[in-house]
Design a protein around this ligand. Structure first.
Ligand code: AMP
Length: 292
């Protein structure tokens, strides 16, 4: 496993792989790895000759009052995990300077248009977040030029935004969306879970319970067991349950079209049930897809 910090070194390795006609699978991460990240690396391993994982806490996707400075980092542990658990060929760990030069005027190429994909859910709660995500992922795609790139369904909106960027820029990269890996009790694994104290950790489960509850209600509705259940009724019920949970504040809870995140009134197409909460100070997200 090669640990690479410089873009030029990374490109040199990749040129060699390309000459040998090796396929490249890429997993972008912000580190502090857990089993969710490792599941992406495993899938990449199964589907490609070469696996590259990047670890880069991208400053441009954090808002001014967000947790960029205190975002958990532990490179040594991450490298140990990757070495032990997955056969990764390259871990790319660039510095902020390497990626952006000066952060005063970070270069941008792809411009996200205002559209339903980014105007809602996390895009609404975290203005500029997806612009920052596209900025770093486009750079990483340019450096690594992977055949396939692996993302977690936990960040469902991010998956759709990246897919749209790849389509718009005509990049020859397949975006693979992998299932959310959860703790035994259902809490979605997240690097930020480390911030939670015991009470918050217990309380945070309400989000998973409610996306599952909404899923059941939709399935019931589709089976014809309930009459005219509209998305509004389901959403209101789940929101109330979350608002009644101590140590938790609700950011959003919505049911949207699974393809373009437009609003839906009825359950007549694939939908995503997506929510975000704060448990204490920690912002957590989760979602479930309900296909037809
Ligand atoms: P992050 O380091 O949080 O930016 O995440 C890097 C990648 O891992 C993203 O594609 C995430 O969606 C994915 N990921 C994070 N948590 C999970 C999880 N619990 N299950 C599956 N994938 C995940």
């Amino acid at each position: 496993m090669h640990l690479i910090e410089k873009i030029s070194d990374c490109k040199n390795f990749i040129n060699r792989y390309r000459k040998d006609r090796k396929s490249i699978g890429f997993v972008p991460t912000m580190g502090f790895l857990h089993k969710g990240h490792l599941s992406l690396a495993r899938r990449a391993r199964a589907e490609n000759d070469i696996v590259i994982v990047s670890i880069f806490v991208n400053p441009t996707q954090f808002g001014p009052n967000e947790d960029f400075e205190k975002y958990p980092r532990n490179l040594k542990k991450d490298l140990d995990l990757l070495r032990k658990e997955e056969e990764v060929d390259i871990v790319f760990v660039p510095s902020v300077e390497e990626m952006y030069g000066s952060l005063e005027s970070p270069t941008t190429s792809y411009r996200l248009q205002a559209m339903s994909l980014v105007d809602c859910l996390c895009g609404k709660s975290r203005p500029g977040h997806f612009e920052g995500v596209c900025q770093v992922v486009e750079k990483l795609f340019n450096i690594i030029k992977p055949d396939k790139a692996y993302f977690g369904q936990k960040d469902y909106q991010q998956c759709l935004v990246i897919r749209k960027m790849v389509e718009d820029l005509k990049l020859p990269i397949k975006i693979v969306i992998c299932p959310t890996v959860r703790e035994k009790d259902g809490l979605a694994m997240s690097s930020r879970n480390v911030y939670l104290n015991e009470e918050e950790r217990r309380a945070a489960l309400v989000l998973y319970r409610m996306v599952k509850d909404a899923e059941e209600q939709i399935k019931d509705h589709r089976r014809g067991g309930r009459s005219a259940a509209l998305t509004k009724d389901v959403i209101e019920y789940c929101k109330k349950e979350i608002q009644n949970q101590s140590f938790v504040t609700l950011d959003y809870f919505e049911i949207r079209d699974a393809e373009d995140l437009s609003e839906v009134n009825k359950f007549d197409r694939p939908v995503v049930i997506a929510g975000a909460i704060r448990a204490g100070e920690t912002r957590l997200i989760d979602n479930v897809l309900v296909l037809c």
